[in-house]
Design a protein around this ligand. Structure first.
Ligand SMILES: Nc1nc2c(ncn2[C@@H]2O[C@H](COP(=O)(O)OP(=O)(O)OP(=O)(O)O)[C@@H](O)[C@H]2O)c(=O)[nH]1
Ligand SMILES: [Mg+2]
Length: 249
């Protein structure tokens, strides 16, 4: 079983070493691909320096400049599909997501109980320790707007902590998605649901970023609204629904 974890980075120098160590401590089934958009803070150089310590298990994809989370994921997913990975996961570099959750995700995908696994902050058992009331409110509003506009029954449709089977990524033809920024997560989810893929949520604890600055901008928030509008007009998700979340613990 081969699992690829794709992590996009933009100026995550102060987080990246812990993230690499955390993911690669999970065992030899796990390979990590960092997709860096020419970070100015030396993120790519730090990753390149770690590559020899993890032969064949740590890879770096360098892109020319900042061109958005969606584009970074499309490149990372293509890289993984071309190399035959059975499962592809995505997570943030800033240690908001805990690598220790990944084996739970993969266990559910391997067991054939889901095609897509979403780590949810809002399903029962999920938490956001350390978040201010305003940050929590912003995330809630984004989630509610998405669910209201598209009719998707997923508690955390903007979550960026996910696992996909190879077949799911191929079925949704991820390379043809259009969203550049954070709206990528919603666009991909809509495709999964409209194709009838089994989307299962699992509770996660989402911590505030450990270091560095957020890349969420007004521009990406505006793109998010535009993408919601486009998806709603196309009616892409209305047929979809997710299964109740499954917690094997
Ligand atoms: N390659 C690449 N990575 C990006 C880009 N924008 C964001 N990222 C990465 O995507 C992940 C999520 O971005 P964050 O800034 O953590 O977004 P967020 O979690 O909504 O915001 P915070 O809670 O403030 O951290 C991080 O690993 C970023 O480094 C981009 O344009 N290109
Ligand atoms: Mg973050």
């Amino acid at each position: 079983m081969k699992v690829l974890v794709v992590v996009p980075t933009l100026n995550e120098r102060r987080n990246i070493e812990l993230l690499v160590a955390g993911v690669l401590a999970l065992g030899t089934s796990f390979t990590l691909l960092i997709v860096d958009d020419a970070s100015a803070d030396g993120t790519a150089q730090a990753v390149a320096g770690l590559v020899p310590a993890y032969p064949g298990r740590l890879h770096l994809l360098r892109r020319r400049g900042r061109s958005g989370l969606g584009a970074a994921y499309r490149d990372g997913f293509r890289w993984g599909l071309e190399r035959g990975y059975d499962f592809v996961c995505e997570m943030d570099a800033d240690l908001s997501h805990d690598p220790a959750d990944l084996p739970r995700f993969i266990g559910t995908l391997v067991g054939g109980r889901a095609d897509v696994l979403i780590g949810s902050r809002y399903v029962r058992g999920g938490t956001t320790p350390g978040w201010s009331a305003s940050r929590r409110a912003l995330s809630r509003v984004a989630g509610l707007a998405t669910r209201g506009a598209l009719g998707v029954r997923v508690t955390d449709p903007t979550s960026g902590f996910r696992g996909y089977t190879r077949a799911a990524l191929q079925a949704i033809d991820v390379q043809t998605t259009l969203a550049e920024g954070f709206a990528f997560q919603v666009e991909v989810l809509c495709r999964c649901l409209s194709l009838g893929l089994r989307v299962v949520e699992m509770p996660i604890s989402f911590r505030p970023r450990r270091s560095g600055r957020s890349k969420m901008t007004w521009r990406s928030a505006a793109e998010g609204l535009a993408v919601l509008w486009r998806l709603r007009s196309a009616g892409v998700a209305s047929a979809g629904r997710s299964l109740p979340h499954h917690n094997p613990a």
